[in-house]
Write a protein that binds this ligand. Structure first.
Ligand code: ADP
Ligand code: MG
Length: 1005
């Protein structure tokens, strides 16, 4: 047969279809699959044409090697491209490339992203350019960039795809050999596949279903893939008649039925194996007759089990060497690289390629690169390499790839496969640099592979600890346990010590990971111990301060008072205002806040930390010298000292900074928590709930019941109580296990026991509440923490015991008021007074609540204010002052509505209704109230409408579109509570008014 025919059959050579990429093969026995493909593409295109966006779908093709997955995907590509306007993206995993971070996603997305016009590009990338760009190989990381959190890259990719898909819809995204996709790509793809139905995207995956075909490193993803909701197609073997057809097309009609039957059995209907066996039959010139069918099985064994010797016989040594070089490179093989790696001349390489194409090992793609005809052949060739050759050739590959200017990232995959044990400093250096580069694209695992390999080299003694330190840092965002172990090794006193500056840093990082895992006492000890050994004053101060910080976050400490005194001492002895000094001030500000010391003192210190209201250099959210705990302490200080707007600015900044840095784990979760807490304190309960739920979700994603989850759940329960969803709060607390002894080692923000006691009081479980709150009080007293907002235990304890022990209850309530006054913020005093009033009756309660309302009215604590208003209304009703009661209850309802405190609204309405008062204000809202809610633009429209000017003329006069006028009119009618007829009177305007009218209040003045 001619080479051309051969190529057509085996999928090589020139018979390419429309797109010039995929060879066309007649697909037998795939009618059902092709119909499914057709239907999916049709649905996508039609759905999109009809204006649909949530029309995504997922098709999967699975089956054994050689069964025809790739051939089907080529057909999907071809069919999709025949449609107008579709965007077809394609990528494939490679057996040799599954350790290349983002290898698959880069193939998939690079072409389409880099083809966008600059404006579209920046819209698609949004704020994620510095995260997604480097990971997708679209740009170099910015100078001074920090390590990226892979979760950040995934979040960024979600954003980018959400932007990209509608712009390039309908979009078909195809991934072949998903089982060899790199872990970074897989972990995004499997999640994206779940939500792709929300986008105009058809996803098509092909993969081997046998888990042994998946690399151990990524095997876990198989179950994710199998669990996906998809139109699944498991490819069946070809029928006897199809295989018979194939045989006769090749060998002529003389092929006998019995021969064909045996042939079909031997290849088990597998088209790849059928082709391979046909080659053998032809080569051996076996007559296709019944008597010869017994020899087929042997031939098939030969065809499948190619050994080193059989490849050598077939190709010759120098051609085989070229094939090895290609196998090492995997897919999309550059001829020049393969040539240099095989150490052949250009001439020699040309001969090898010719030979390998003839033998149907390689095929050339339109871009001039080489591909193996089938990955089974690539595996077979790679696996016949003798160990020494393989290790050596990887070394050459690494060097050649670097020489070709493809960078260390690309070279490192080969570097990690080379010989170790030579102690080559240059290799160690390269691997360390490659590790850094991997971190910058959000691939910490690849970084760790490089560093592990560097350790095996091994590095020189003086730098071994440094490599361990780097290894520890590389896992900081993803694998705390590994980090701890490696950093401990780096600090091992029996080894050649780290440079002093790195020692301080390694100790700080170790303490950080310990702290995040809840081991705060350990964290503090590690810092204290190292501080004593540190000669450099700056390093020592950093470690001492860190020890203070970790102690402060512990659930309990033996010497809280002493620590606080020492911290105060340290604070006074500071002479400068460097970042390290300000760090100490921030800690002291938080310490004072917890102690309930005068609020003005804490605020004065906090304000000294900031630079014009912003975090100073060196203490930013993503600064690694101090970690995010420091700005977090500062934000908490502002939250608890009634400067919530400042805290919100800091928290918003945190969310953005962490997004930009791609730190999507605990960091972003904590930022959401802070924002949630701030919103809660301010009384914006619905928003608080949303932020806190996000924080909780992120925390659960990282690990089970981390301190962050405790924080989020605690405040969430409090928020739900405030919103009047007590049962839900109770269920949430129980499901999570929010009860004593709380987190084993870490302090919960805010005080867990107070929250828990409050919940029990709300559930009328007074005895349990009393026990929990008494215990809380005793613990806090030891520490000297008396902040009644952070830990309102005394006020709630008073309520819990009021019925049985009224005197003791009063002592607690008064004590809380005293402590609150000492602290001095309006919200603290107001809330303490309000709680005290709960255990008093008659005039005493009224007076306390009048005071409480006055204080809370000057604080940002909106919800607390609303509760006090309603409580005051109820107390006034009880002493018979109905008119006043009504007024406060109305005010309370309005504020409670603003806070989304639905339960409080109901309580106030019931209070009104039960005593014969109207549950709502009579509709006599003053027109002034309405006018205040109109925007200037709405007012302009309203004035003209009252004069009877028709909408089109209003539009002309104001120079705005008619649609806008109509929308504004609708808003005016809604706010005024009136249609056109009554509008004038609703707005307090005369019916026929001069056209130059101002707002009525202007006229009044
Ligand atoms: N349905 C089919 N009918 C005939 N030949 C096929 C069919 N499917 C695949 N082939 C041939 O079998 C070989 C292996 O197919 P391929 O699609 O690469 O399999 P897989 O991707 O599942 O390993 C190719 O040479 C291809 O041309
Ligand atoms: Mg395939």
């Amino acid at each position: 047969m001619t080479e051309q025919e051969n190529a057509l059959r085996a999928g090589a050579g020139s018979a390419h279809d429309v797109d010039g990429i995929a060879p066309r093969v007649r697909l037998r026995d795939r009618d059902a699959e092709l119909r499914s493909v057709d239907a999916a593409i049709e649905r996508l295109c039609r759905g999109f044409a009809a204006g649909g966006t949530e029309i995504g779908d997922l098709l999967t093709f699975s089956g054994r090697p050689g069964i025809g997955k790739t051939s089907l995907l080529h057909e999907v590509r071809r069919l999709a491209k025949l449609r107008d306007g579709t965007t077809v993206l394609f990528a494939r995993g490679g057996e040799r490339q599954f350790k290349d971070p983002y290898h698959v996603l880069r193939q998939l997305l690079q072409p389409v992203l880099s083809n966008l016009q600059p404006e579209a590009y920046s819209q698609v990338m949004g704020t994620w350019e510095e995260v997604v760009g480097p990971a997708m190989g679209l740009k170099q990381p910015k100078a001074g960039a920090r390590r990226l959190d892979p979760q950040g890259v995934r979040d960024g990719l979600d954003y980018v795809l959400t932007q990209l898909a509608p712009r390039r819809a309908p979009m078909v995204m195809i991934v072949d050999d998903l089982h060899w996709a790199d872990g970074e790509s897989l972990s995004w793809l499997t999640k994206f596949a779940i939500r792709s139905s929300e986008l105009p995207v058809l996803l098509v995956f092909a993969f081997r279903e046998d888990e042994n075909d998946w690399p151990v490193e990524t095997q876990d993803f198989l179950k994710d893939v199998l669990a996906l909701k998809a139109r699944k197609h498991e490819l069946n073997r070809l029928t006897l008649s199809s295989v018979t057809d194939m045989i006769r097309a090749e060998l002529g009609d003389k092929a006998e039925d019995a021969f064909c039957y045996e042939f079909w059995n031997v290849v088990n209907g597998n088209p790849f194996e059928a082709n391979a066996l046909l080659d053998q039959v032809r080569e051996q010139e076996l007559e296709p007759v019944e008597e010869n069918s017994r020899q087929l099985r042997e031939l098939a064994v030969d065809a499948a089990g190619m050994t080193l010797k059989s490849w050598l016989d077939r190709l010759g040594a120098s051609t085989l060497r070229f094939a090895w070089a290609c196998a090492m490179l995997g897919t999309d093989i550059r001829v020049d690289l393969a040539t240099r790696i095989s150490t052949q001349s250009t001439e020699g390489a040309r001969d090898s390629i010719k030979q390998l194409r003839k033998q149907r090992v390689l095929t050339q793609t339109p871009n001039g690169n080489l591909e193996f005809v089938h990955p089974l052949i690539a595996s077979s060739i790679y696996n016949t390499m003798p160990d020494a050759t393989r290790l050596g050739m990887h070394g050459i590959a690494a060097a050649e790839i670097e020489n070709a200017g493809l960078g260390l990232l690309a070279a490192s995959r080969h570097l990690v496969e080379t010989h170790s044990g030579e102690g080559d400093d240059r290799i160690v250096k390269k691997l360390r640099r490659a590790a850094v580069e991997h971190q910058l694209i959000g691939a910490p695992e690849a970084a760790q592979r490089c560093l592990h390999r560097a350790l095996n080299e091994p590095p020189a003694d003086e730098i071994k600890a440094e490599v361990l330190y780097e290894l520890g840092c590389s896992a900081l965002l993803t694998d705390p346990v590994a980090t701890v172990n490696q950093l401990r090794l780096a600090l091992d006193p029996d080894e050649v010590p780290l440079r002093p500056a790195l020692r301080v840093d390694a100790t700080f990082r170790l303490s950080e990971v310990l702290a995040h895992a809840g081991e705060l006492g350990q964290a503090a000890l590690v810092c204290q111990g190292e501080a004593e050994k540190t000669a450099d004053p700056a390093g020592r101060q950093r470690l001492q301060a860190a020890a203070f910080m970790w102690h402060a976050f512990r659930k309990s400490e033996e010497d809280g008072q002493g620590r606080s005194a020492r911290l105060g001492e340290m604070c006074r002895s500071l002479s400068g205002r460097e970042a390290a000094d300000r760090a100490v001030l921030a800690m002291r500000a938080w310490d004072l806040t917890l102690r309930g010391a005068p609020s003005s003192d804490a605020l004065a210190l906090a304000d000294e930390v900031l630079d014009g209201g912003r975090l100073p250099k060196g203490l930013g959210w993503t600064d690694t010298t101090w970690g995010f705990e420091l700005p977090a302490m500062l934000s908490l200080t502002y939250i608890y000292n009634d400067r919530i707007a400042q805290a919100e600015r800091l928290a918003a900044d945190a969310i953005i900074q962490f997004e930009i840095a791609g730190w999507s784990g605990a960091h972003r979760g904590f930022a959401y928590f802070l924002m949630g807490l701030a919103r809660f304190r301010r009384g914006l309960l619905a928003e608080a709930e949303d932020f806190l739920r996000r924080a909780h979700r992120i925390s659960e994603r990282i690990g089970e019941k981390l301190p962050l989850a405790w924080d989020a759940v605690g405040v969430l329960v409090d928020t739900l109580i405030a919103r009047g969803r007590l049962d839900e709060a109770w269920r949430m607390a129980n499901d999570f296990g929010f009860h004593p002894p709380y987190h084993a080692t870490a302090m919960v923000l805010p005080d867990a026991a107070s929250l828990y006691g409050k919940l029990l009081v709300a559930k009328d479980k007074h005895a349990g509440a009393a026990a929990a709150l008494t215990e809380a009080g005793a613990q806090l007293e030891v520490r000297g923490w008396r902040n009644t907002v952070w830990a309102p235990w005394a006020g709630h304890l008073a309520i819990a015991i009021a019925d049985d022990e009224p005197e003791r209850a009063r002592e607690y309530a008064q004590r809380a008021v005293r402590d609150a006054r000492a602290f001095g913020t309006a919200s603290a005093i107001g809330s303490a007074l309000r709680l005290h009033a709960r255990i008093e009756d008659g005039q005493a309660a009224v007076e306390l609540l009048e005071d409480a309302v006055a204080y809370l009215g000057q604080s940002p604590a909106g919800y607390e204010h609303a509760v006090a208003l309603v409580d005051l209304g109820a107390a006034l009703r009880r002493v018979g002052r109905l008119e006043d009661a009504q007024e406060y209850l109305y005010q309370g309802i309005e504020l409670a509505q603003h806070c989304s405190a639905e339960g409080l609204v109901d309580r106030a309405r019931r209070e009104l209704a039960n005593y014969g008062l109207r549950p709502n204000r009579l509709g006599l809202r003053d027109f002034r109230d309405t006018i205040e809610t109109l925007s200037n633009a709405e007012w302009e429209v309203a004035k003209r409408a009252v004069q009877g000017v028709p909408p089109q003329r209003i539009a002309d006069e104001l120079g705005v579109p008619i649609g806008l006028v109509n929308r504004r009119l609708a808003a005016v009618y809604r706010k005024a509570g009136s249609g056109p007829d009554g509008l004038a009177s609703a707005l307090g305007l005369p019916q026929q008014q001069g056209r130059d009218a101002g707002r009525p209040e202007d006229l009044d003045d």
